[in-house]
Design a protein around this ligand. Structure first.
Ligand SMILES: [Zn+2]
Length: 230
């Protein structure tokens, strides 16, 4: 806003958020059991500020979301790269654990690398990132979230979109359900009812894992299951 010209950006942002939502969110003590009648969250956007968590979402951080069956969407910026996805439908589409397992398949040293990254990078202050890139990523993530809440299956479902400076070409990689992941999406996938998977398989065929993919017509949303949360 005009009156904030010259002020620090973070202070202004905090002030605007407080003005838009002056009430404190309801807090529950960690020991209090969730209320039986409390409706589940429709969608949680996981936007880590830490570089490693953006590049390699930590499956343990999403355990409560997975256990409660809460759909969640990852988004973040690490250095010059923005990431949106996967949008995880627990037990239906590839999750952070599936992504980790698939990367470990490709490189058995991957878990050790991640452990090293995590042990060495404890930023108290989030590292800076490109403002235009962050805005682009936030807008794309918001569009994915709104499409999901409208009952659609946006392109981040079971997939990870990445865009890097300075070329700014969006690329998409599928995050497939992994048989060793406890989320069980791989078992489910053997039945019917996998949101994007058929589309990805057809589209990705012969293009290699990092090829650019033009998303085909939007597939049908899996019947009913996730509608119930909205
Ligand atoms: Zn999984």
């Amino acid at each position: 806003p005009a009156e904030a010209v010259g002020d620090r950006r973070d202070e202004t942002a905090r002030r605007l958020v407080r003005r838009a939502a002056p009430d404190r969110p309801p807090r529950r003590s960690p020991t209090a059991p969730p209320e039986e009648s409390a409706p589940g969250l429709s969608l949680v956007i996981v936007a880590p500020r830490d570089d490693v968590a953006v590049h390699t979402p930590d499956p343990t951080a999403a355990e409560s979301l997975m256990a409660s069956g809460t759909p969640h969407l990852y988004a973040g910026v690490v250095e010059g790269t923005g990431v949106v996805g996967p949008l995880v439908l627990p037990g239906e589409t590839g999750c952070a654990g599936c992504l980790h397992a698939e990367r470990t398949d490709r490189d058995p040293a991957f878990p050790r690398l991640v452990a090293q990254w995590r042990s060495g990078r404890q930023h108290r202050v989030p590292p800076p990132c490109d403002l235009a890139l962050a805005t682009t990523v936030a807008g794309f993530a918001a569009a994915q979230a709104l499409a999901f809440l409208d009952g659609r299956t946006p392109s981040g479902t079971g997939a990870r979109w990445e865009v890097s400076l300075p070329g700014l070409r969006w690329q998409v990689r599928p995050v497939r359900p992994h048989p060793s992941c406890p989320c069980g999406a791989a078992r489910k996938g053997k039945q019917e009812h996998i949101p994007e998977d058929g589309g990805w398989r057809a589209t990705m065929a012969g293009q290699g894992p990092s090829a650019e993919v033009r998303q085909e017509a939007e597939p049908a949303r899996p019947a009913g299951t996730w509608r119930a949360h909205v």
